[in-house]
Ligand binder design. Structure first.
Ligand code: GDD
Ligand code: MN
Length: 400
């Protein structure tokens, strides 16, 4: 890290390449507790007041064990230059001027990449996030939270004079997130918040891939986030400058949700499950052939027995291979027998659904039967996979 005392006019180097926060701070070891990133775009009228307020507060609580990292995207109002001139009065302030890459979430991550703190935080630079909330966020992390979020939707939280449209859009975005990524967005009351702190270890080494404004969803979606704390705050009215939120932020947000959804799908596991299912098709056909041609068995009985043998085959392989890592957390015959019963029930429901779908597609929608069958198989495969992942092989605390 550039020696602050020697080079007050120095700017921070701008990281490039992968958006990955290092586990160990990149610059000479320093006992920095908190690195707070201030992402700016045209905030030259706000940052003087903000830096003074933050420094007054953090000097008192952390002494020199904190740093403010202002990351500016080459603002036309030269926010980066105003900030750099502030450094002689506020040595805890570091300034990064980005001239290529742009965007709120990548600005925050680039700031975290050069940060030296054990705790990484972000606050808007337009005075809409009250600095006092930082104390409660810090305290929550000290008490063991991986992530401490300033939320508008918990006790003592709120927004100042937001229009109904803005409230509707913000809540609408939240509902959309709950539909697409319930396991991520559903974990917090204010997933849109841009004001939070995270323990470095919870996101160190994770390859981050955000789109647009919502850096919190990226941290929630890709970090190792165990304990989460939420602190109420009132989102203030902007005094100077203007919000940069445009329609593009909403489309970016949707794209971000879909990308996280896809990245969080267990694709490798799904492919294994599909391969096991394919092996079951061959077992089903082989047994069916043996029963019919070898023992001249009844048609329905042969079909039922061969299907059951195939389900048993699939269970064995899935239990050992596809979901082996989960089975090994739930050892013993009793657990295995319980998993087999659940697997069997889900697959039998799948067989019924398969027949019903083929009838629906063929008789109701007039689809060719040789299109209807593979479509029914594909839909039922998703059903079998997702239900077995969530029910048959779900590792509950009790099993651990
Ligand atoms: N470096 C950089 N690059 N900073 C940016 C950019 C960018 O492209 N766009 C915005 N910023 C900075 C602004 O300068 C400000 O400090 C902060 O990010 C928030 O930008 P605003 O444009 O003021 O957003 P907002 O007030 O409408 O919404 C904010 O608050 C919401 C509630 O917490 C954002 O933080 C939202 O993400 C958040 O949901
Ligand atoms: Mn704002």
């Amino acid at each position: 890290m550039l020696d602050k005392a020697v080079q007050p006019n120095a700017l921070l180097p701008v990281p490039t390449g992968r958006l990955q926060v290092p586990g160990i701070p990149p610059f000479p070891p320093a006992n920095v507790r908190l690195s707070l990133v201030l992402p700016t775009y045209n905030e030259s009228e706000n940052i003087g007041v903000l830096v003074a307020g933050l420094s007054r507060l953090l000097d008192r609580v952390l002494g020199d064990r904190y740093e403010l990292i202002l990351v500016d995207d080459d603002s036309p109002d030269r926010t980066w230059k105003v900030a750099r001139d502030l450094r002689s009065a506020y040595p805890q302030l570091q300034v990064m001027r980005r001239q290529g890459e742009r965007g709120l979430s990548t600005a925050v991550i680039r700031g975290w990449q050069v940060a030296r703190g054990e705790i990484l935080g972000v606050i808007d630079a337009d005075l809409q996030h009250p600095p006092e909330t930082l104390m409660q966020l810090l305290e929550a992390i000290d008490l063991g939270a991986d992530l401490a979020i300033a939320s508008r939707h918990v006790a003592n939280g709120g927004v100042s004079e937001w229009s109904l449209v803005r409230r509707f859009l913000s809540r609408g975005a939240q509902v959309l997130g709950l539909l697409i990524l319930p396991g991520v967005v559903g974990r917090v009351s204010d997933p849109m918040s841009g004001y939070f702190m995270v323990a470095r270890g919870a996101i160190a080494g994770k390859l981050l891939h955000p789109v647009g404004y919502k850096i919190l969803i990226e941290v929630l979606g890709r970090g190792d986030i165990g304990r989460i704390a939420e602190v109420g705050y009132v989102f203030q009215e902007r005094q100077e400058g203007a919000s940069k939120v445009t329609f593009k932020q909403y489309t970016d947000y949707l794209q971000h949700l879909l990308r996280l959804r896809l990245d969080r799908l267990p694709l490798r596991r799904f492919l294994q499950f599909g391969l096991v299912g394919l092996s079951g098709v061959f077992v089903d056909l082989a047994v069916f052939y043996l029963l019919r041609s070898g023992w001249h068995g009844d048609l329905t009985a042969s079909a039922a027995i061969s299907s059951e043998v195939a389900i048993f085959n699939n269970f064995i392989w899935n239990d050992r291979w596809t979901f082996g890592d989960l089975s090994r957390q739930q050892r013993g015959w009793r657990q295995r027998y319980k998993r087999f019963l659940k697997f069997n029930s889900i697959c039998l429901i799948g067989v019924v659904a398969n027949v019903a779908l083929v009838n629906l597609l063929y008789y109701k929608l007039g689809m060719n039967e040789y299109w209807a069958k593979p479509i029914a198989i594909a839909i039922v495969t998703f059903w079998n996979f997702w239900m077995n992942l969530k029910l048959s092989w779900r590792v509950t605390e009790i099993n651990k």
